[in-house]
Write a protein that binds this ligand. Structure first.
Ligand code: LIP
Length: 272
């Protein structure tokens, strides 16, 4: 169990990863309870950038539990203001990653919770409340789906690679992003657009996608999934030797990464 004098000691049975998992499961139960309700739907940055009453309720639940169990930690979430902390631990919370899928009833959305310690993501959990899949990882401890260890993406040639991606909410940026995909697609096996960055990243960790890239993500979208993909053996990057960030989040199998990342750099995929 991770614990030192500068941080509020966790309950004896709980590590940061176990707490993230505990909160994700509780959030998943809330989502299943309310997903058929007549909930309010608002828009944020554009008419396609939606948030629901359920997103807000779920994030409030997670934040409430964090305040109770770890009152000295910082919290950054998609739907509420940041909370400062003093412990060196910062949580990234996305109550429903894939909100549009949730609104439409497409069962591809997830709770994504990650814990950062002194600037490094050390724990993460991504939970699909409909499939029940529970992806989790701790830094250096491997990545898992439930109790099953994840082996990461297959060895595959670029021309056969199935690559996940996503698009922003701004129409002008989408036009530039789709131009990149139009040039990329003839060079790879196929494209998948699942609609949840967290589940895209876990799909790479589980070997269901060979790679994934997207620009414009927020830390709550990618922090847990990048740790899970990395702990499963994938190469994670922000392209051009940079770490993953909101500018670019890219993951691929180690054999595929050099050629795919070089192609994405050539196409300017991180400059859209
Ligand atoms: C979603 C991301 C997805 C992206 C969508 C959206 P949200 O997050 O997970 O990868 O392509 O546009 O941003 O907004 O549903 O939490």
């Amino acid at each position: 169990m991770w614990c030192d004098g500068s941080v509020t000691p966790l309950p004896p049975t709980t590590t940061l990863t176990e707490l993230a998992t505990q909160l994700a499961l509780g959030a998943g139960e809330l989502i299943r309870t309310h997903r058929h309700d007549h909930f309010a739907i608002d828009t944020k940055s554009t008419p396609t950038d939606v948030v629901t009453e359920v997103d807000r309720t779920v994030e409030a639940y997670i934040r409430g539990e964090l305040a109770r169990q770890r009152p000295d930690d910082a919290v950054v979430g998609e739907e509420a203001d940041d909370r400062e902390g003093t412990s060196g631990v910062r949580w990234f919370v996305d109550p429903i990653d894939g909100t549009v899928n949730f609104v439409l009833g497409l069962p591809q959305y997830a709770v994504s919770i990650a814990a950062e310690l002194d600037g490094r993501i050390v724990a993460g959990c991504v939970h699909n409340p409909i499939s029940g899949e529970l992806f989790h990882a701790s830094l250096g401890g491997g990545a898992f789906a439930g109790d099953e260890r994840l082996g990461g993406p297959r060895q595959v040639a670029l021309a056969r690679a199935v690559v996940g991606t996503g698009f922003g909410y701004d129409a002008a940026r989408r036009a530039r992003q789709v131009a990149v995909v139009a040039t990329l697609l003839p060079r790879i096996g196929d494209i998948r657009r699942i609609g949840s960055a967290a589940l895209d990243l876990c799909a790479v960790a589980a070997g269901r996608l060979d790679a994934y890239f997207e620009v414009g993500l927020n830390p709550w979208d990618w922090s847990a999934g990048v740790l899970i993909a990395s702990e499963a053996g994938a190469t994670v990057s922000g392209l051009r030797g940079r770490p993953p960030s909101g500018t670019m989040t890219a993951v691929a199998g180690p054999g595929l990464a050099p050629e795919l990342f070089a192609l994405l750099e050539e196409l300017g995929a991180d400059d859209v």
